[in-house]
Design a protein around this ligand. Structure first.
Ligand SMILES: Cc1cc2nc3c(=O)[nH]c(=O)nc-3n(C[C@H](O)[C@H](O)[C@H](O)COP(=O)(O)OP(=O)(O)OC[C@H]3O[C@@H](n4cnc5c(N)ncnc54)[C@H](O)[C@@H]3O)c2cc1C
Length: 436
């Protein structure tokens, strides 16, 4: 074990867990390399599910993967801890002390030696320094935040139900800042929750008591996607009685309201920030590695960091160039999935002294899911490069397939089939909404 090449992957998210699973199965199992995963949490959940967890349409516990159990099955080691620093000269990473919920130290700061290091620690919301955002907004960057949101939402709905029962009409105002895919999908999930909860006992709550507003600074929602999708998504949101405000930058967030750039103030008891992302700030000072304005580590097309060929970065925390484009690879689960695949080949080649594989992003299109209502999207033709608009059940099938692909990468086809079947049974047996 001592002499084996040690590949350390930091971050077991959409990309990192796929990579380390494959490395473990192919290299760890045959003792061709020692494979380690370091993650700040004990369990993995696929991040694009977080808005469903927040709204209660998905029970996270049935979709969580325990890293230790997964590591044992797939021949890699797991270390719980948060990457805090890097010592490139001695090829070691520094893991911050691990504290329990009361702030007591469980494990002190430690160092882990590597031969090859892969950083895949994702991103967090970018509030662009907007006053009041950190104090008054809710974020959806982690399972903990999604669960907190869910509890606050249930309490807000319960309060509205109670006030209505007392004969006081009360309008619950929920605002979502940012109308990218996350903001738009969250709005639809919240609308579904406001319609479902009366069925489960909050019978004085009416969907019309819950006002949901999506606010976008750009002139149209889904600004990064084709205009046709924005038009279809706006139509769908308005059909769900979601207010869509575009061309309206928010300048300040207050306890129960939002101040818009034009001076108007909107009441908002729950405000969710879903506008833009940035990589964790400490990456910008990580032992001299090159980072961009949003703290992403700048990498070459091989996913190697520009200043250290033994350190790779991918997924949301990396800025990877795309040939023929001024924009780096977009921060999406689809990209992290493809990069994990390319990086697996590169790391396998590396052990055999062969050249790395350049990564080329293949955009398969974008799909926006409006909870159980509908799905809209565009699929890219691989050869023609032209996109095809789809909606309804077919679009929903493609949308669901992205998560199933992630599950196949982690569990293989057979187990994913069994999980799919269990999901179906579980959905039939449990309430449509998580209420605790
Ligand atoms: C609500 C929501 C909906 C989304 N929907 C879609 C969608 O429909 N389609 C799509 O393509 N993309 C979607 N995305 C974006 C997608 O989730 C990300 O692009 C993708 O998860 C990035 O993968 P990653 O592996 O880079 O990082 P993540 O999946 O974010 O994983 C990062 C991992 O690193 C760990 N970590 C963080 N910091 C440290 C540290 N210092 N030390 C150790 N470990 C650390 C975290 O615990 C986590 O396990 C959505 C995102 C959100 C928030």
């Amino acid at each position: 074990m001592e002499n084996l090449h040690h590949i350390v992957v930091v971050g077991g998210g959409a990309g990192g867990l796929e990579l380390v699973t494959r490395l473990g199965n192919k290299l760890g199992k045959k003792h061709k390399a020692r494979i380690s995963l370091v993650d700040a949490g004990l369990t993995h959940i696929w991040k694009p599910l977080l808005h469903e967890v927040a709204a209660g349409s998905l029970d996270a516990s049935t979709n969580e993967i325990n890293y230790r159990a997964h590591a044992r099955k797939h021949h890699f080691e797991f270390q719980l801890g948060r990457l805090s620093d890097l010592d490139r000269r001695n090829k070691a990473i520094v893991i911050a002390p691990f504290l329990d919920e009361e702030g007591r130290e469980v494990v002190p700061e430690r160092r882990i030696q590597y031969d090859t290091l892969v950083i895949a620690i994702g991103s967090t919301a970018n509030d662009f320094g907007t006053p009041g955002a950190q104090e008054h907004c809710l974020f959806l960057d982690s399972l903990k935040q999604a669960r907190r949101f869910h509890n606050l939402m249930l309490n807000a709905f319960l309060r509205t139900n109670h006030e209505s029962l007392q004969g006081h009409s009360h309008q619950l105002n929920i605002s979502i800042i940012g109308a990218g895919a996350t903001g738009v999908e969250l709005a639809a999930e919240l609308r579904l929750a406001s319609r479902e909860l009366p069925v489960y006992g909050m019978n004085h709550l009416q969907a019309s008591d819950v006002s949901i507003t999506v606010i976008e600074a750009a002139e149209r929602i889904l600004p990064a996607l084709p205009e046709r999708l924005s038009v279809a998504a706006t139509r769908e949101l308005e059909r769900q009685n979601v207010v869509v405000l575009t061309g309206q930058p928010v300048s300040e967030i207050r306890k129960d309201s939002l101040l818009m750039k034009d001076g108007t103030e909107l009441p908002s008891e729950m405000t969710i920030w879903a506008a833009g992302i940035k990589a964790p700030p400490f990456l910008a000072k990580l032992d001299g590695l090159e980072a961009n304005r949003t703290n992403q580590l700048v990498v070459q097309q091989t996913l190697q960091t520009t200043l250290d060929a033994n350190i790779f970065a991918f997924g949301d925390c990396a800025a990877c160039p795309q040939p023929g484009s001024d924009h780096p690879v977009p921060p999406r689960a689809q990209a992290a999935h493809q990069q994990a695949d390319a990086l697996f080949k590169t790391l396998r080649n590396r052990l055999q002294g062969k050249a790395p594989v350049p990564f080329v992003y293949n955009d398969h299109g974008s799909l926006i899911n409006f909870s159980r209502y509908t799905t809209v999207g565009n699929l890219m033709g691989n050869l023609s490069g032209r996109s095809m608009y789809i909606e309804g059940k077919v679009a929903r099938l493609f949308y669901a397939s992205l998560y199933r692909m992630h599950q196949v990468a982690l569990h293989g086809f057979l187990r994913t089939g069994v999980i799919w079947l269990m999901d179906k049974i579980s959905r039939a047996m449990h309430p449509r909404l998580k209420m605790h």
